[in-house]
Design a protein around this ligand. Structure first.
Ligand code: XBP
Ligand code: MG
Length: 265
């Protein structure tokens, strides 16, 4: 069984709970800035998260609105404008660290760095948004921690397409089966699996009850070794964070997995 060589991180929902209090709030402010009465409440935004990519999500929602431009070009132009404003407002919302990393994330990142495991980012969002989120946590050299940072603008197709994962593997020069992805959403897991990368899921607010197939393990977050499916082997001591040894345990368990389509070719 090839040893674990790289950990690939999803961003929104996995590194931090950015959607409800970050992207959603920034979209609503951007609607107001554009003089539009549109607002996404928490429930509606949760439904819209089935569409990956903020601009694509907005276009999908606009198709249901009678007061959106009727012609596709006008709609596209408005979506671009609102999305750009949203990203500026999002950066302002997260820039002073008001949206913290999820519990256990920083500790696991640190352990991977200490033990020499390669780190990558594979996300639908933009590099600017990742910088806005991680800059306050790590400082100006935040990007130095990652051997590959692949974002929405780096690929032609967003998750659930495997493109961000394929590109991250290429840049890190590791084989899919020697990597492990951490995701929170069905589309994210589908993207990693389609690239042949095994995945674990840390459930986020919006995907707490979603059916998510194809993960090696699914749990409440990196802050606890409790509540994971399949359960981790019993260890002495109390509740603790998920550590690199746990990831290695799950990664080694992939021997019993059904190979992904890509692996069978
Ligand atoms: C989740 C997404 C993103 C964010 C908003 O990305 O689907 O679209 O909701 O970001 P991840 P943008 O792969 O990190 O879970 O508006 O920049 O698209
Ligand atoms: Mg996500």
């Amino acid at each position: 069984m090839p040893a674990l060589q790289a950990l690939l991180w999803d961003v929104d929902g996995t590194l931090a709970e950015t959607e409800r209090d970050g992207h959603r709030v920034a979209f609503n402010l951007a609607f107001a800035t554009a003089g539009l009465p549109w607002r996404w409440d928490e429930t509606r935004y949760g439904e819209l998260l089935e569409v990956t990519g903020g601009r694509e999500r907005l276009l999908y929602d606009m198709a249901t609105r009678e007061d959106a431009p009727a012609d596709p070009l006008g709609r596209e132009a408005l979506a671009r404008r609102i999305h750009a404003t949203k990203n500026t407002l999002y950066a302002e919302l997260v820039q002073d660290g008001r949206i913290p990393l999820r519990p256990g994330v920083l500790e696991l990142l640190q352990e991977c760095l200490t033990r020499g495991l390669a780190l990558g980012i594979a996300t639908t969002t933009s590099r600017a948004n990742v910088a806005a989120l991680l800059g306050p946590q790590f400082g100006r050299d935040w990007a130095d921690r990652f051997g590959a940072i692949v974002c929405g603008e780096d690929v032609e197709r967003k998750k659930p397409d495997p493109a961000v994962y394929v590109e991250a593997l290429r840049r890190l020069r590791v084989e899919a089966r020697t990597a492990l992805a951490i995701e929170d959403s069905p589309a994210g897991v589908a993207a990693a699996r389609a690239a042949g990368v095994p995945v674990i899921v840390t459930r986020s607010t919006y995907f707490a009850d979603a059916t998510i197939d194809g993960a090696l393990a699914t749990g409440p977050g990196l802050h606890s070794d409790r509540g994971w499916q399949p359960a981790l082997p019993e260890r002495s001591g109390g509740e603790r964070n998920i550590a690199l040894d746990d990831l290695m345990h799950w990664h080694a368990s992939r021997a019993s997995e059904t190979p992904s389509l890509q692996e069978t070719h």
